[in-house]
Design a protein around this ligand. Sequence first.
Ligand SMILES: [Zn+2]
Length: 398
Amino acid sequence: MARLDAFAAFSDERGRLTRLFLSEAHRRAAEAYIGWCAEAGVKARIDAAGNVVARYEGKRAGAPALMLGSHIDTVRDAGRYDGNYGALAALAVVEALADERERIEHAVEIVAFGDEEGVRWRATLTGSRALAGDYPKEALHQKDAKGVAMCDALKAFGGDPEKAFSIRAGGVGAFVEAHIEQGPVLEAEGLPVGVVTAINGATRLEVGVDGLAGHAGATPMTLRRDALAAAAEMTLAIESRARAEADLVATVGRMEVWPGAANVIPGHAQFSVDVRAPDDKRRAAAVADIRARIDGVAAPRGVRATVAVTHEADAYVCDPRIVAGFKRAVESLGVPPRLLPSGAGHDTMAMGRLCPAGMLFVRCKGGVSHNPTESITAEDCAFGLAALTRFVRDFQLS
Ligand SMILES: [Zn+2]
């Protein structure tokens, strides 16, 4: 917890935590991380993509590695635990092994990813995507708000834009990430940690509703084709569909209305729908139902609805052996293992393209994240670390 506090001082903005990829604050954070590794007797380095990586050897030199870590970039005006918790917990695991001079079968590699949030340039997960051999090459030539290209910033940071897209970490047998939950489930159930089963897939829809604008005083209720009233009923139908199924969420987060005057019946409404689920088939079924419900509301009201898919990302199902390993680790510490999906995206889904991957969630206060009031207790911090350490000691890399 003291280290997380010290780490939070590495900020690009005074008075609040903002640590953007390849910034001065990121450089200082990376240097601190490398320094703490050195104190533990482990040599860390900055890789071509701007990640900090280190390796603690197993019983045999050159053995395949279990990799642990998370990201150390933040959003603007961030909390101090998102990402940083997992990066520092990984370091703490290696410190514990080094303290005991304990060698396990596999090597343990730790990583502090440089870019997960994608705030400075318009590409997310570039740190983990680099290790997975899936680097968004086009991102290198993007410019930030001040006109600085990512490739120039990467060079200045000690990375290598020529090599960033051809890293693909060899010898990594599995990847695990400890992370704050960023949701309220564990707190509601009184549990310090949870085991992530999947990172939700998402579908985003843009729905347009065409009715007929008319005079708000002169048009009787029975003769109206009110686009907003229809969109409102569609919103409730979408909500009720999502409520009918565990772990499925659907949100209408934006709605616009035309012409938008107090004395005119709305002629057109436009809204977004965001649907997420840990299982792609269930998400597809929910999206099909939502489309049917939208049509079911539109027809009797005499309005026309058009639905376009604007974004689609499949779920990442965490590796079952890793899920089982975390379950055993949590159970062995006397806590019932709660399995839950992740509603937010994480480095784990990028690393899942390279090797089996999984996650452990730690309870955070009120489920609040991406906010300076983000908070975890010292007890939960320690419990998460104990579960991660237990997992690392017991997991068999096959
Ligand atoms: Zn994060």
